[in-house]
Design a protein around this ligand. Sequence first.
Ligand code: UDX
Length: 438
Amino acid sequence: MNIAVIGIGYVGLVTGVCLSEIGNNVTCIDIDEEKVKTLRSGKSPIYEEGLEELLQTNIQRERLHFTSNYEEGLAAKEVIFLAVGTPQGADGSADLTFLNTVCSDIVKYLHNDVVIVTKSTVPIGTNEHIKTSIEQNAITNLTVKVVSNPEFLRQGTAVHDTFNGDRIVIGCEDEEAMDIMEEIYKPYNIPIVKTDLRSAEMIKYASNTFLATKISFINEIANLCEHVGANVDDVANGIGMDGRIGGRFLKAGIGYGGSCFPKDTNAIIALGNRVDYPMFILESVQYVNEKQTDILVDKIIKRFSGNIEDITIALLGLAFKANTDDMRGAPSVQVAHRIIDAGAKINAYDPVAVENAKSVLPKEVNYVKTIEEVLNHANCAVILTDWKEIKEYPISLFRQYLSYPIVFDGRNCFSLEKFNGSGIEYHSVGRPSINRQN
Ligand code: UDX
């Protein structure tokens, strides 16, 4: 199949590379000429496990191409995937500026009937709007068949998720286009959910906001566990083994971040308000998530008798989750601002996110290059991202480097047993504190 993918962000790039890997002839188009140049040379502008290797192989096989030129990129393409960003707009709903610009830019290069597949997360009804807008503005009389095909890729494991997804959702109201999509996805050997356009658009939002709900739910239970002396890890395990509940996305911590969960929760709340159906559950999900960082900072301040002025706090991990340098929606932003506002100093360490952190963390934050440096002479350590090197850090070194051996673990990286008798005071989320001095 001859396919074009417009927008080479992480969704577009992974989609394009994987579609070429299964044998399609794919051209990825982006207005960013620098990015196109980098990709043509076989280098990926983002880190995704396994991506660069597939990129190079398929460029060599001459079935993966990159261009900034729509005319060249769209020539003789049967299917066009749209994967441009839909960031959060002023009222909380998705901003469709990039998508609308692409739709008006491509019309003059469309001469035959075409299938347009939307990968971007878009408000309900957008695919119908794409169809009318392109058909009305096209220079020849053509039919656009639109397909909503949301993605469920996690950053960091996007290539693996593409080939091993739980399902592929295809929203389409045209039989021929549905057949084409099934043909494209056959080699993936993943169950396909076929539905109408609006339901497919809703599946994407409902999936992400349900996962966000699971996280806020377990975080709320974790907070209660702390009050009554229960252990949330055991509780999550005990409820997750019930197949009706499922054990995944029940890891308590300082809350969810990233480019999707906060944005999509906001978008659905905004949609509910627009149609006069307030989304009470999701409003609470968002509230609990925002409170989670406050609870951690309150805990730190309380431990220092209500005053953290002039003490030094070591932040371990800044990215919104491990294996990414992405700081969008990272809980570390809120934590760092509150700590600085309360008068403490911050030394911060993250293996890859420091450059991105500099633009969103308070300017007073001091960045260091190793875990040892961040701990050195700090009054306590606060773990905010569960990087492997942090999870595997020998706990005796906390005692060696910190001036007070107190650890606040916002990601439950360590088992409680590890800290028993260690002489290190250990506070985590939803579990009893260990070696508490007061
Ligand atoms: C998410 C969805 O999983 C994916 O399907 C969608 O396409 C994009 O959004 P991503 O944002 O890459 O993917 O990260 P994910 O691994 O899902 O984690 C999201 C956030 O939730 C992170 O901040 C993570 O730390 C947090 N999280 C996740 C928890 O706090 N507890 C959990 O049990 C799982």
